[in-house]
Design a protein around this ligand. Structure first.
Ligand code: AHM
Ligand code: MG
Length: 319
């Protein structure tokens, strides 16, 4: 029998000072993910695909499901009673929830990553980084600006051919699959380690001309060595590479030197998960988890996956 998420959380975190209250936060995410996956699967029939007519803080078109996913996770995280503040891709300012001693956690999230793929039934997901608040730390807009290496946990979900949730804490990466018969997440992929063998590279080859010459050289080498696999949903590309081995790159271009992806709620959580699974993540200049954040919606170049292939790629890029 597969262990349930609740059983796993209780046996791993209950009574631990480092993870006190994490069980409630992860249960809140699981609850939100269930609602989101149901809405994503029913979206076309419920007339819930398409745009809201608004643009988000990054100037990107907001989908109806982006807003639904953000509101849902803010609500379930608020209700879990352990979260002090939330940063969301869809919300310009920090959402401040509470500052009593039980509000120990800070969450940064991309509520629905890859949402431009929804209309065509391609996998999307949610990405969340989890930090701890110091006991006496006040909760303000800048409380969320902590380095990735201070994360205590990170989670992503994939709404694909099945719904999966991957939960990482220090030294542990566990994969749970939603059982559609009873709505319970069950541990199906325990102790995930990124395979030693790298099988693919994932990047938007359409941007090739805009890359600098070092990046072009590195991609040409990857092209001649591995298969190309690119979904265009970071969470789905990352999930495949984590389970099968692979490297994902979203380099900067002349037009957007910092690339497209966001540091706090895309790069940091996935970098934390990759490192706990034996992989690596870099901005091309430094380890993702060491970047000093300056603003909530900051962008970064992201190169993430198998440690040896990330190292080799960086070496070629920087020669
Ligand atoms: P989103 O968070 O608004 O969905 O945007 C991020 C997405 C990532 O999921 C994906 O890796 C990337 O955008 C794809 O971008 P491109 O279409 O430029 O390849
Ligand atoms: Mg995203």
């Amino acid at each position: 029998m597969f262990q349930t998420l609740a059983e796993y959380s209780a046996s791993s975190w209950e009574g631990s000072a480092e993870y006190d209250g994490l069980e409630a936060v992860v249960a809140g995410i699981a609850d939100g993910a269930q609602h989101i996956q149901a809405k994503v699967r029913a979206a076309v029939l419920a007339h819930a695909v398409g745009v809201t007519g608004e643009t988000n803080v990054q100037g990107e078109v907001v989908q109806i499901l982006d807003t639904f996913s953000s509101d849902t996770l803010v609500d379930t995280l608020r209700k879990c009673g352990r979260v002090a503040a939330i940063g969301s891709e869809e919300i310009e300012e920090t959402v401040i929830v509470g500052d009593s001693p039980v509000h120990q956690y800070l969450v940064q999230m991309d509520p629905l990553d890859g949402s431009s793929n929804i209309d065509v039934a391609v996998s999307v997901g949610s990405i969340l980084g989890i930090w701890k608040r110091q006991a006496d730390e006040s909760v303000t807009g800048s409380t969320l600006l902590k380095k990735g290496n201070e994360q205590v946990a990170a989670v992503y979900t994939v709404y694909g051919s099945c719904t999966m949730m991957v939960v990482a804490t220090h030294g542990s990466v566990q994969g749970f699959t939603l059982d559609p018969s009873d709505g319970i997440f069950r541990l199906t992929n325990s102790n995930i380690r990124i395979p030693k063998k790298n099988s693919c590279y994932s990047t938007n080859e359409g941007n090739f001309k805009g890359f600098d010459s070092g990046t072009q050289k590195a991609i040409e080498e990857l092209r001649n060595t591995y298969s190309l696999r690119y979904v265009g949903s970071l969470v789905a590309d990352f999930h495949r590479n984590l389970l099968k081995g692979g490297i994902f790159l979203y380099p900067g271009t002349k037009k957007s030197p910092e690339g497209k992806l966001r540091l706090m709620y895309e790069a940091n959580p996935l970098a934390f998960i990759a490192e706990q699974a034996g992989g690596a993540a870099s901005s091309g200049k430094e380890r993702i988890l060491d970047i000093e954040p300056l603003k909530l919606h900051q962008r970064t170049v992201l190169i993430i996956g198998n440690q040896d292939v990330v190292d080799r790629t960086l070496a070629v890029m920087n020669t």
